[in-house]
Write a protein that binds this ligand. Structure first.
Ligand SMILES: [Zn+2]
Length: 310
């Protein structure tokens, strides 16, 4: 089995947030762009209260999605044709491009115990599943998308780790091949908040299926690490304890946008969710103390690749 916990640790906790981009509350919705005054301020509040906690911010290079669901209803009702067109209005290319928002980049770079990783190039796709950016593309197309995503991250000066959470969690095999080609080290795809917890439980909800639900695992000839997500705002504290008692990775997921055009995210960052995690973390810390490895996806990846040499 994969050696993944540092010596002396019995279980681990990581926390990741999707959909980070520069949109402000004066735009369609806020996604981190209000800095301290917006949702990231709430995340900082939680980090301040838990000095061991780390967070991974999955950030989109040039966010273009406006509505997460089709708004061109007539087009959306026509089979075949609907797969060929964008079914909702999009931001003009470049509007939310990271290098055009230096204040936002600087804020993320200065956030303590926060690591930034990739969350797609545009976060949208033609057809009914608007936010699922990686679908039926060819390897050449994935190659172009990843190159452009990397170019924008590098141009912006943002500090990032080589990991990705694919928008909508969908990770076709051709994408995985191209991630390896571009030396992206980890992927956070499988998200399952329902399957019962046990050591051999497999993920069976969003994203990759059949991968371990509470442990990291290696894909693609051990070149790509998969890290699952298994807990969110609606999960009960017992689920967290079961994962820890099984020596697993409690991997908590949130979304930075609470309400997008009237679509409410159950795991959106708000004071209520952050307060829930605040009390959960306090009780875990009290009960398990130093046996918990408070870590991040990037740190887990570095640890595994340095301890499991092929
Ligand atoms: Zn997303």
């Amino acid at each position: 089995m994969l050696t993944w916990l540092p010596e002396g640790k019995k279980a681990a906790i990581c926390f990741s947030i999707d959909d980070i981009h520069p949109a402000k509350s004066s735009d369609y919705y806020e996604a981190g762009g209000d800095l301290d005054k917006g949702s990231l301020g709430l995340v900082k509040w939680l980090l301040d209260r838990h000095p061991k906690l780390k967070v991974t911010l999955f950030t989109t290079a040039d966010w273009r999605e406006i509505s997460p669901v089709p708004t061109r209803k007539l087009l959306a009702s026509i089979p075949y044709l609907r797969d060929k067109v964008f079914l909702a209005k999009r931001w003009k290319k470049g509007t939310m491009q990271l290098d055009r928002h230096p204040e936002f980049v600087e804020f993320l770079n200065n956030m303590e115990r926060a690591e930034i990783a990739f969350h797609g190039l545009y976060h949208c796709h033609k057809g009914l599943k608007v936010p699922v950016e990686f679908q039926d593309q060819t390897e050449e197309e994935f190659d172009c998308i990843i190159k452009e995503m990397l170019r924008i991250f590098d141009t912006s000066g943002i500090n990032y780790v080589d990991g990705i959470c694919p928008p909508g969690w969908n990770a076709p095999d051709k994408l995985l091949n191209q991630l390896v080609e571009h030396k992206i080290k980890y992927i956070n795809s499988a998200r399952d908040i329902f399957t019962n917890i046990s050591k051999d439980a497999l993920a069976n909800m969003s994203g990759l299926k059949g991968v371990p639900l509470i442990f990291p695992s290696l894909l693609k000839n051990n070149k790509l690490l998969h890290i699952p997500a298994n807990f969110q705002a609606t999960s009960k504290p017992e689920r967290a304890r079961q994962i820890i008692d099984n020596s697993g990775l409690l991997s908590i997921k949130a979304h930075i946008i609470k309400s997008a055009m009237g679509h409410i995210a159950l795991d959106g960052v708000d004071q209520e969710y952050m307060s829930y995690l605040d009390s959960l973390f306090s009780s875990i810390d009290k009960e398990y103390g130093d046996s918990i490895w408070w870590t991040s996806m990037g740190e887990i990846t570095n640890h595994i690749f340095s301890h499991n040499k092929a």
